[in-house]
Design a binder for this molecule. Structure first.
Ligand code: NAG
Ligand code: NAG
Ligand code: NAG
Length: 540
């Protein structure tokens, strides 16, 4: 199928390969990619070709996001939204609020069960010997350094400690929660019930001390109301939404939080409220899913500025910093140098543009931008990661299979010999945008031609040692003939300061002026495209 032309040159002897996220041909506009994103969400193996295994990024293999949520997000975002706008939008979708409201109701049940249990125990104690409470919820580890295992790039020793603590925590908490629900007999430590336990209240207080709480800049949420128990309340007065906002603020300020002495101290005494910290981990997963849906929506809206900002929101949310200003980049670079002795960078060479099937490039043809890629950090990343894992007694081969490094290629065009109307890159109200209000689409129709996205191409590097490869980005040529400069923005969703832009130029001729043989060939390509989609349906 034509979607396998995104040729990675594979050094299969060494099992070194770069695979391109979804292996999708973005022909006939972006419908194909939107379709694929939807259809393949729950699939691990997308396609095999030439004997190599291509698998989907596990973190992206998540449950689907409802159209209602996507529609809400589209209504809140604009081409010039910033990273915080995006995070505020994803944490306030109807389902996000519903989810956290349910989680809070569940917590209330646990609290009630616990209080009843305490009462019963107090009565039993008069007749029976004393039993230590909380023994089933026991953190064996001595440190809770970092709430996120994704933060592997931050601090190796702390990370391993935190990971172990988190695993223990999650395991015990699941077990404890179930038992608690079933019998009301197990004690888990709860903030507000047990002395000195840290949970949401503590996090809010800690955030307040560093000036990050309450969120003083609520953007569009400031003027909105939300239903809670039959009443319309403000964002901060809705307990579920407030909790999500606290998760976001906590995430963006994780540096200040995760190494907080009080948190470390509480963790060492096993005084961590699992109803908050377990939910915080779930929330991050939900956010990852919603951010991906937002990205798909922004791609459908053809907005380069918005897609670019969403990738930035993904990276700061992953890393746990508040923005990606030069100061943040400087901070991040220092961490990278300390940890890996190198900055994560791609060297892009030998860029070119061509039509894979014909010598000339004509309007609406499928074009390919090709490049040679060198991951300058491959060697040092591999060496440092292997050393780190060995130090921790973890078999590197196994652990490194989890490695994922995501990059995006965004292609826009600039007309050099005249003007191409922005409407030539059409925004279609279909797929994920099906239910988006016309007024919300209009916000994006103002986007000028140069900012309209011709394609968004994901590349996931799954082998940390992969040094080089070839990348081919497919997209549809503009529908108006002329001389064009195609600007390709390369963005990392994992690293700060690693982005770059390159351009290639091409003369696009009018396909109407080409002969009949050429027309027949074009029809054939379109046929292939359709076959791909059909195959996608079948595979699912
Ligand atoms: C969550 O959504 C479901 C279905 O839409 C609804 O029935 C339920 O009441 C909602 N729960 C909360 C806590 O808002
Ligand atoms: C990799 O690390 C070594 C030191 O361990 C350093 O000398 C070298 O410059 C680094 N490589 C790159 C590409 O920065
Ligand atoms: C770029 O192209 C030249 C000439 O074909 C080739 O020698 C070189 O290896 C290529 N660069 C990369 C990084 O593959």
């Amino acid at each position: 199928m034509s979607s396998s032309t995104e040729g990675e040159e594979v050094d299969s002897d060494n099992m070194l390969y770069i695979f391109l996220g979804y292996g999708v041909a973005l022909m006939g506009g972006l419908t194909a990619v939107l379709y694929y994103f939807f259809v393949y969400k729950n699939k691990k193996v997308v396609e095999k070709k030439r004997g190599e295994d291509t698998e989907i990024d596990e973190t992206l293999a998540t449950n689907s996001v409802g159209l209602e949520d996507v529609t809400y997000i589209a209504s809140k975002l604009r081409p010039d939204s910033d990273q915080l706008d995006i995070l505020l939008a994803v944490c306030s979708t109807p389902e996000s609020i519903n989810w956290s409201t349910k989680a809070l109701a569940n917590r209330e049940k646990i609290v009630q069960a616990r209080l009843e249990d305490d009462k019963k125990k107090a009565e039993d104690e008069k007749s029976a010997p004393k039993k230590a409470s909380g023994e089933l919820f026991n953190l064996d580890d001595d440190g809770w350094a970092n709430e996120d295992e994704d933060d592997e790039d931050l601090d190796d020793e702390e990370k391993e400690k935190a990971k172990k603590a988190k695993e223990t925590l999650e395991e015990k908490q699941k077990f404890g929660e179930e038992l608690a629900k079933a019998s009301g007999k197990v004690t888990i430590y709860l903030e507000g019930v047990d002395e000195g336990v840290v949970g949401q209240e503590w996090v809010e207080k800690a955030l307040k001390k560093v000036g990050a709480w309450p969120l003083d800049d609520l953007r569009f949420l400031k003027d909105m109301t939300f239903e809670y128990k039959g009443k319309q309340v403000s964002a901060m007065d809705h307990p579920g939404l407030r909790r999500n906002l606290c998760f976001v603020a906590g995430r963006l300020n994780s540096l200040a939080l995760n190494s907080h002495p009080e948190l470390l101290d509480a963790a060492s005494k096993q005084l961590i409220d699992p109803t908050y910290f377990k939910n915080a981990a779930d929330f991050r997963q939900r956010c990852a899913m919603l951010l991906e849906a937002s990205l798909r929506a922004a791609v459908g809206l053809r907005s380069y500025p918005l897609t670019k900002t969403i990738v930035e929101a993904v990276s700061i949310f992953k890393i746990g910093c508040t923005s990606c200003t030069p100061k943040d980049v400087e901070w991040f670079n220092a961490i990278m140098m300390k940890q890996y002795r190198v900055l994560p960078r791609l060297l892009i060479e030998n860029t070119s543009i061509e039509n894979a099937k014909h010598p000339e490039m004509a309007t609406s043809d499928v074009l390919l931008i090709s490049l040679d890629l060198t991951r300058l950090h491959a060697e040092n990343f591999t060496r440092q990661k292997v050393a780190m894992l060995q130090k921790q007694g973890i078999p590197p081969q196994m652990a490194l299979q989890q490695y994922r490094e995501g990059w995006w290629y965004f292609v826009c065009a600039e007309r050099l010999d005249g003007e191409t109307p922005a409407s030539a890159v059409e925004i279609k109200k279909e797929g994920i945008l099906n239910q988006v209000e016309d007024a919300d689409l209009k916000k994006f129709e103002k986007t000028k031609f140069e900012d309209r996205l011709l394609t968004a191409w994901p590349m996931i590097v799954a082998n940390v040692a992969q040094k080089s490869g070839k990348v081919k980005i497919q997209f549809k040529a503009p529908s108006v003939p002329g001389k064009y400069k195609f600007n390709v923005a390369v963005k990392s969703q994992d690293f700060l300061g690693a982005d770059q832009v390159f351009s290639v130029e091409a003369d696009i001729v009018d396909s109407a002026l080409l002969g009949d043989s050429r027309k027949a060939a074009t029809a054939e390509i379109e046929g292939d495209d359709k076959a791909d989609k059909d195959e996608g349906k079948k595979d699912n």
